[in-house]
Design a protein around this ligand. Structure first.
Ligand code: PXP
Length: 245
């Protein structure tokens, strides 16, 4: 049986930089991680330049872009500062995420509906510059409709609620992602997904035929400590392929 559509794996290398920054030096270098991801057949590099620069830093972006031909998906808050940086670096894609200074990680999806007026000029300026805009949203009809009104070609569904649930609740969350992925395609929007995905929970998400890309970071970098990044990425790729077969 042929695959319904290919499922790309974007590897988020932020937490290589987190470890580097813990000592303030230049090791481990996220650029080396990007090179390994490229060498083992990853489809893209994802990096989140946070306002507080807790992991990826400005200078990392150009270095990552120079080191590999893989598309760079820049995760960014909807601010003028980040917009200027995105326009300067011109990544393949920009994924607009909510950002709270005190949060440990991106806790939920962007309120694309409530923030329409703030997002509209940012989406327009990124799109005019040829950057593919993605909105990191909860899998809900309301947020998808807001993404459509904003003219975003891509949405990424926040899979955190699915990842943190278990049993029936996890099945319910999965169904929600599957329904919204199908709905996104009906609206002409390419659906992606990510957050909290692991070897144990990736397959039901990867099996959703409409999803075009998964972005996975923390778990892969954690596994890399034990088995190496190359092995960790290969294993995740294999699980995704099995789920799609
Ligand atoms: N996608 C987006 C938009 C993210 O912000 C993140 C990180 O929070 C991820 C994917 C990857 O999540 P994780 O590190 O939990 O795999």
């Amino acid at each position: 049986m042929t695959n319904p559509r290919p499922l790309r794996l974007g590897v988020n290398i932020d937490h290589v930089a987190t470890i580097r920054n813990a000592r303030g030096g230049d090791h481990p270098d996220p650029v080396r991680a990007a090179e390994i991801v490229a060498a083992v057949g990853g489809d893209g590099i994802t990096a989140h330049l946070r306002e507080d620069r807790r992991h990826i830093r400005d200078e990392d972006l150009a270095r990552i872009q120079a080191a590999t031909d893989l598309p760079l998906n820049l995760e960014m808050a909807a601010t003028e500062e980040m917009l200027a940086i995105a326009l300067r670096h011109s990544p393949h894609a920009a994924c607009i995420v909510p950002e709270k200074r005190e949060e440990v990680t991106t806790e939920g999806g962007l309120d694309a509906a409530g923030l329409h007026n703030r997002l509209a000029p940012i989406v327009a300026r990124l799109s005019d510059a040829g950057i593919r805009v993605s909105l990191f949203i909860e899998p809900s009809e309301h947020q998808l409709e807001a993404a459509r009104k904003l003219g975003a070609p891509v949405v990424e569904f926040h899979t955190g609620e699915y990842a943190h649930a278990s049993g029936e609740e996890q099945a319910r969350q999965l169904e929600r992602i599957a329904q919204m992925a199908a709905h996104a395609v009906d609206l002409g929007i390419e659906p992606h997904a990510g957050h909290g995905l692991t070897y144990d929970n990736v397959q039901p998400v990867a099996a959703i035929p409409q999803l075009a890309e998964l972005n996975i970071g923390h778990y892969l970098i954690g596994e890399a400590v034990f088995v190496g990044l190359e092995t960790a990425v290969r294993r995740m790729r294999q699980l995704m392929d099995e789920a799609r077969a």
